[in-house]
Design a protein around this ligand. Structure first.
Ligand code: OSB
Ligand code: MG
Length: 372
């Protein structure tokens, strides 16, 4: 069936988090992001750009994403009537990097195509899981007691993996306290590149906490140094920031830089590339899990769809929407059941319906692009 891409709308949104979220690169109080809506033949597809309020997790932020989408990606898609995600990526390849901007539109096109075919996105991607096992990512707190309280509550809610953020000064002592209170829970730590090779002796101390893994301890743009670290560390290294595409993933596995990979569709330029990394890891017997970027319901729904693929065997960072927002961007926010799983939905597309009234309320900038 011929589909006409009639319109693409960008929404820059801002809404408060229920609690601030702090990583080694800083503290954030508000969700600031760009949503992408594509409209074709009375159907709409949605994507959420994971670029943050500033260039701290990576060089991209909401402004660079807005710029790349509005100056290049959207005009190209409208001009060439690009509705297929594969075809879109071929066009987008002309732009170096800017994966988060690319992913936002690619994922909106996936949603659109799934809706057009009347199938859930997870099925279209080749997923097989009916339930997604969930973990939580808990930021740096004002004091250790608050962190212990939070962990207690998340465990009561059924979550199957606790990830805490670490940085020099909030690491060994904190993990010591967690382990003395919860000796057996599935626990991991994410450093968001807060350490350097000079810290390798300190990082080796992590081995005594029996962590599931340590995520991105070293430089965001370096794979070789992680291989040097993994060689002397018993704890598995998991890479997040360093993996931008399947070629990075292959290099990392070839060098022994990690034993686990965190896949975020936004970071790698969309669902096609995310699936390639998944497939490579499956062939190599390396487990993966789906990371999160504090998404609203739209991005969360995409992450859930991806997480249904076979090799997503480790509980991810995909958790309930109400952990982050009083009111979400979707009609009935993502919920996690008492057994720590999210039930996958069978509605066509991403399965969670954007709530336009709410999106309008939190929109601080909007731009419409129409077919000429
Ligand atoms: O490194 O995984 C990360 C949030 C913002 C930026 C980077 C990261 C994170 C998280 C939170 O860990 C995951 C989530 O709950 O969405
Ligand atoms: Mg991370």
């Amino acid at each position: 069936m011929l589909v006409m891409l009639d319109k693409v709308v960008l929404y820059e949104i801002r809404m408060p988090f229920r609690h601030f979220f702090e990583t080694s690169f800083g503290r954030t109080y508000d969700k600031e992001a760009v949503l992408v809506e594509v409209a074709a033949n009375d159907l709409t597809g949605w994507g959420e750009c994971v670029a943050c309020e500033g260039p701290f997790y990576s060089y991209e932020d909401r402004n660079t994403a807005w710029y790349v989408l509005s100056e290049y990606l959207i005009p190209w898609a409208l001009e060439h009537q690009t509705t297929g995600p594969e075809e879109f990526l071929e066009q987008a390849a002309r732009i170096r990097g800017h994966n988060m901007a690319k992913a936002a539109l690619e994922m909106a096109l996936w949603d659109l195509n799934a809706k057009r075919e009347g199938v859930p996105l997870w099925k279209k991607l080749g997923g097989c899981r009916k339930r997604i096992p969930c973990g939580v990512s808990i930021g740096i707190q004002d004091n250790p007691e608050q962190l212990i309280d939070k962990i207690t509550r998340e465990l009561e809610d059924g979550y199957r993996k606790i990830k805490v953020k670490i940085k020099p000064g909030w690491d060994l002592e904190i993990l010591e306290r967690i382990r003395s209170r919860f000796p057996e829970i599935p626990l991991m730590a994410d450093a968001n590149s807060a350490y350097t090779v000079r810290d390798i002796p300190r990082l080796r101390e992590l081995d005594r906490f029996r962590l599931m893994m340590v995520e991105q301890p070293l430089y965001d743009d370096d794979i070789a140094e992680h291989a040097r670290l993994q060689e002397v560390l018993e704890t598995p290294v998991c890479l997040d920031e360093s993996i931008r595409h399947v070629r990075d993933a292959r290099l990392a596995l070839d060098l022994g830089a990690c034993r686990i990979i965190n896949i975020k569709p936004g970071r790698v330029g969309g669902l096609i590339e995310a699936r390639k990394i998944h497939d490579l890891c499956r062939e190599r017997g390396v487990p993966v899990w789906c990371g999160g970027m504090l998404e609203t319901g739209i991005g969360r729904a995409h992450n859930i769809s991806l997480s249904t693929l076979e090799n997503f065997t480790i509980p991810g960072d995909v958790s309930a929407g109400r952990r982050y927002f009083e009111r979400d961007t979707v009609r009935s926010p993502v919920e996690v059941e008492a057994d720590g799983t999210i039930k996958v939905r069978n509605a066509p597309g991403i399965g969670w319906e954007p709530e336009r009234g709410r999106i309008d309320e939190i929109t601080v900038r909007r731009k419409e692009f129409v077919r000429q």
